[in-house]
Design a protein around this ligand. Sequence first.
Ligand SMILES: NC(=O)C1=CN([C@@H]2O[C@H](COP(=O)(O)OP(=O)(O)OC[C@H]3O[C@@H](n4cnc5c(N)ncnc54)[C@H](OP(=O)(O)O)[C@@H]3O)[C@@H](O)[C@H]2O)[C@H](O)CC1
Ligand SMILES: [K+]
Length: 511
Amino acid sequence: MKIFSASQIQDADKSTIQKQQISSEELMERAATKLFEWIHARLRGTRVTLKLFCGIGNNGGDGLVLARLLHEHGYTIQVYVVNFSEKRSKDFLLNLERLKSAKLWPDFLNNESELPPISPDDIVIDAIFGIGLNRAPNTWVGNLIMHINNSRAFVLSVDIPSGLPTDKCPWNPDYAIRASYVLTFQVPKLVFFLPETGVFVNQWELLDIGLDPEYLQTTETEFELIGRPEVLPLYRPRLKFSHKGNYGHAIIVGGSYGKIGAVQLASDACLSSGSGLVTAFVPLCGYQAIQTALPEVMVLTDGGEKIISKISFPFEPTVVGIGMGIGVDKITANAFGALLKSMEKPMVIDADGLNILAKHPKMLKDIPELSVLTPHPKELERLVGNWSDDFEKLSKVKAFSTHYNVVVVIKGAHTITVYKDKGFVNTTGNPGMATAGSGDVLTGMITGLMAQGYTSLHAAIFGVYLHGLAGDIGVSEMGYEALKASTIISNIGNAFMELLRQPEAEPQEEN
Ligand SMILES: NC(=O)C1=CN([C@@H]2O[C@H](COP(=O)(O)OP(=O)(O)OC[C@H]3O[C@@H](n4cnc5c(N)ncnc54)[C@H](OP(=O)(O)O)[C@@H]3O)[C@@H](O)[C@H]2O)[C@H](O)CC1
Ligand SMILES: [K+]
């Protein structure tokens, strides 16, 4: 699903009004009716007080229409107009008049007003600012936002939490609503998924308001949300008359004394993701451990006892995944650098492989094109330098990806795969996966997919999604804390099956 910027949504708005020959006021009515239906389906007339805080633009206008509909259906409501500007929108004014005609008199709040009482039992509807926010809220509006955040009431934000801009980090994080739930119109917003801004959104849901489908389909976006519908077409089915040679031979290179488990996890994940053959390349000390733990995996050893000192293969692998547990010793770094120079096919580089690159930036130019790099935030910082906020981080990664022609997987709650100017935001995964070895499993999975012929970008997007799904299945069986990297591996098969599961048929009515 595409993630549109604020200005693109405004264009979609205009295109809808023009093509569907409706007025902006009708579009507002449509949007607010969707809000109302969502709320009414859940509250079903429950006796609870809804306090609607409405700005003076179209987000506030949505709030006013919602207030009228709630009132017409017998809900107890209190409407506050947050009078932050004289420039009231046309549709706000129209709906203010309609509210008054329905004998509903909002309280007008300004910089001299006392903060209105909000009980933890109230439901707050936050319609102060929408996607039109373009500067920091001033102090009294900020204080009102903090008051709502401190109220412990359930806060339902219309379109986007007020004070949170659509395409950047908030100027003042205290002046942004921390929404319990966001009902957002038509398309998800990027800020819902970034570590710094996602904290303002506990849960979100899309409301389809029928924006111009042609505009939405034909407009290119910088970011895409990756769910099942996006991943399913990437799947490469296995053929009946195929054999293991059709699915590639991957080599997993890594490990050092005390860190052989990382290679074991990656190799296991690589095989479980469908690679035809997997060979682990480890220092001598890792030979027995891997041979014992993974009978299906072949093992090649380096001359070094405890660390990798020279990397060479007696055959040409389909793909190499490298870096987990490998350490950053100078000898290993030299071996790694020599391998980079000799490789032409895309590789997968993780963990200490990335740390070696950060320590020896001259090696960056030798990374084979279309390789996949899988840094966690600290490794990423070592690689691209620090950033002032999540948006700067994204633009630095895009520049890095473009410059070296590599795919970068920014690991996090919503892992983002970046290739050149485009980012793919993952939707699976959970906090239980923040555990030792989880990254080694991901590297193994991406390598395993590339071995089978998935392109680097597809392997990264698909692998990240599947890894998260395997973790979600694991958590559903054992909870967050007990989830281990090996649990993720044992659920890779279930994740494939869940992905490929046919949607359940509608129950047939009996005659
Ligand atoms: N296509 C859709 O999805 C639809 C969305 N709708 C709703 O409309 C809002 C967007 O409404 P808009 O009027 O463009 O903007 P806001 O309501 O967010 O803000 C109103 C104006 O406030 C000014 N502004 C911005 N930041 C500040 C600030 N910090 N302090 C004071 N004033 C501020 C700004 O105007 P300026 O000219 O002063 O810059 C804003 O324009 C969307 O979120 C939906 O809720 C439609 O109802 C249906 C279609
Ligand atoms: K809002």
